[in-house]
Design a protein around this ligand. Structure first.
Ligand code: NAP
Length: 254
């Protein structure tokens, strides 16, 4: 029994990705804070295929101690794929941003991704067929005004994951590391970014993807040997790419 772990599975891209992996018959471990949403997703998955094993893990990933406890609780399962998708944005200028919210965003978008990626690589680096996919953003390759701190967290995710991919390749490891970089996608993202209860995508954005479309892009990236799966912000086409940041192997001169 092998499992695919998806963080941030209670809504949006994570929820749709769980359904897409379920269509492939993958056993799933679903994490987020809202347990009732994860249970609802589990019920939906069971309707697709009742033989799929679904483990629900309620966890607040903004607290590092929880992140370690969460990873430890998965030691009894054999993992195949790890998708760090949980994350949120904050729409505000640097001058005006709420630093309490920003601190939480740094914990979820950067710290949790780093801890979970490192522990997964430590345990599975040489297991054939393993993959880690970290969800960045088009804003993880271009800075967006009034989204600067969020963009910077996603630059971190892109750079860290591309670097990890390079490190794994240079060491001949069996695991692959990949970055998914969505552009605007209709999810609950704008609710958390803007601190509102409702948001209409139609009329606000000239183009956007649905979470189902993004889940299909996730599968396209999963099936490929490329490192980056990115939505072009002008055309909204999805492209598979080689790493974008320069990568240099450390040369020990001694
Ligand atoms: P979403 O619908 O708001 O989903 C975010 C997920 O992250 C939810 O499942 C949420 O679950 C989880 N999460 C947030 N804080 C958490 C915490 N403290 N602990 C555990 N889980 C937490 O938004 P989404 O668009 O699907 O976002 C998924 C990823 O795509 C994010 O990394 C986001 O930055 C990225 N992205 C989104 C867009 C877009 O336009 N939608 C564009 C580019 C990149 P709970 O609230 O239940 O904890």
């Amino acid at each position: 029994m092998k499992y695919t772990v998806i963080t941030g599975a209670s809504s949006g891209i994570g929820y749709a990705t769980a359904l897409a992996f379920a269509e492939r018959g993958k056993n799933l471990i679903l994490a987020a804070r809202r347990e009732e949403k994860l249970e609802q997703l589990k019920d939906e998955i069971k309707k697709i295929d009742q033989n799929i094993d679904v483990i629900v893990k309620p966890v607040d990933l903004s607290i590092a101690e929880n992140v370690y406890v969460f990873y430890e609780s998965l030691k009894k399962y054999e993992l195949e794929t790890w998708i760090n998708n949980a994350g949120f944005g904050n729409f505000a200028s640097v001058k005006e941003q709420n630093l309490h919210k920003v601190a939480s965003m740094l914990h979820v978008n950067i710290e949790a991704v780093t801890i979970l990626s490192s522990l997964f690589v430590r345990d599975y680096e040489n297991v054939e067929g393993t993959q880690i996919i970290n969800v960045s953003s088009a804003g993880g390759y271009i800075m967006i005004s009034d989204f600067v701190t969020y963009s910077a967290t996603k630059f971190y995710v892109s750079a860290f994951t591309e670097g990890l991919a390079g490190e794994l390749k240079s060491k001949g490891s069996k695991m692959q590391a990949k970055v998914l970089a969505p552009a605007v996608t209709q999810t609950e993202f704008e609710l958390s970014s803007l601190d509102v209860d409702e948001f209409q995508y139609e009329g606000q954005f000239p183009k956007f993807h649905t979470s189902g479309e993004m889940a299909r892009f996730m599968l396209t990236l999963y099936d490929s040997n490329k490192t980056v799966g990115m939505v072009d912000e002008s055309t909204y086409e999805f492209h598979l790419k080689d790493p974008i940041f320069p990568f240099r192997e450390f040369e020990n001169k001694k």
